[in-house]
Design a protein around this ligand. Sequence first.
Ligand SMILES: C[S@@+](CC[C@H](N)C(=O)[O-])C[C@H]1O[C@@H](n2cnc3c(N)ncnc32)[C@H](O)[C@@H]1O
Length: 355
Amino acid sequence: MADQASERLASERLPRGQQNEHLAAGPQEHAARGATVLPSCHYPGRNLQMHLAINDIEPAPWSNPLAGLVVSSDVSSSADWRVVLDAKSADSALVVGDARVALATVPDETFQTTITSPPYWSLRDYGIDGQIGMEESLADYIANLVDVFDDVRRVTRGDGTLWLNIGDSYTSGGRTWRAPDRKNPIRAMDRRPATPDGLKSKDLIGVPWRIAFALQEAGWYLRADVIWSKPNCQPESVKDRPTRAHEYMFLFSKSERYKYDSDAVRGPNARNLRTIWDVNTQPYKEAHFATYPVQLVEPCVHLATDAGDLVLDPFIGSGTTGVAALGTGRRFVGIELNPSYVDIAERRVSGILGR
Ligand SMILES: C[S@@+](CC[C@H](N)C(=O)[O-])C[C@H]1O[C@@H](n2cnc3c(N)ncnc32)[C@H](O)[C@@H]1O
């Protein structure tokens, strides 16, 4: 078995020369990329200038809805919250902490959109207390995600949206570990969860749709299942099924009507954007974990927000959503449990802001 997580993890094993250097690009390179983010799409008339200035010293004033995030006395010692980035224009931050704890301090209806890729179930041990994704049972994993996205819904504006990237995986077939794949050695894992009730050995679990239905039941409107098609997917040593070459990017809305600019990203011949997006995986050389490409995130930013709007990612990892949001003139708040990942994100975001 191989899966999208092993594809993502392959990034850390790529030789330096094959790694994607442009993700740490400065503003000019980023703006130049803006017109060709999605090969089959374009952004008519978009101004990709950034407007944020950065200031490390002053906490954001409370015209800023994020002031509640800046300081919290309720921080657990393991989370060790700190604001590592604070916009002088008082509206962007990277926060170290558990998304569930951090979001609880955010006022209602703060964010225009959330674009995120949560930890996948039992595919990656991020090695830190409080992490989501290492639950023994699939039901517990989904329940934890529903908890996070319940709070995300609360902090989303009435006309706001959620873009959720998630990939699927297979049952372990009774093994408590996963062997390396001949064509993809880094897929090895030293533990595997038990096969979920109702599933069999070798079953595709359907994790994305299970999450989508759970969020729909929790109140989100499920509006689109975008297929992230990966032309450069990892090979798999399988002979009894096709090689997996896609993940999902679900679009949810908080209400029936919501901000969505269908002219912001168009398909070929200016037709309405389709639900299959071809985007190459783009490993980021510093990240020793799953990252998604900026080119997957930027269309979501353009479709769901205007310049100046606030974008949230409760699981920032290496900060890809921040790169896409800040690089296109949006404001951004990212939350991440692992302080060393926030350091990576800060470096990437600082690069985009030309700091
Ligand atoms: C799939 S990765 C996100 C990768 C990111 N999209 C990128 O491009 O770099 C999921 C992240 O969620 C973080 N995480 C896990 N549990 C968390 C929690 N309870 N609160 C906040 N972050 C958490 C992990 O440390 C990991 O960095």
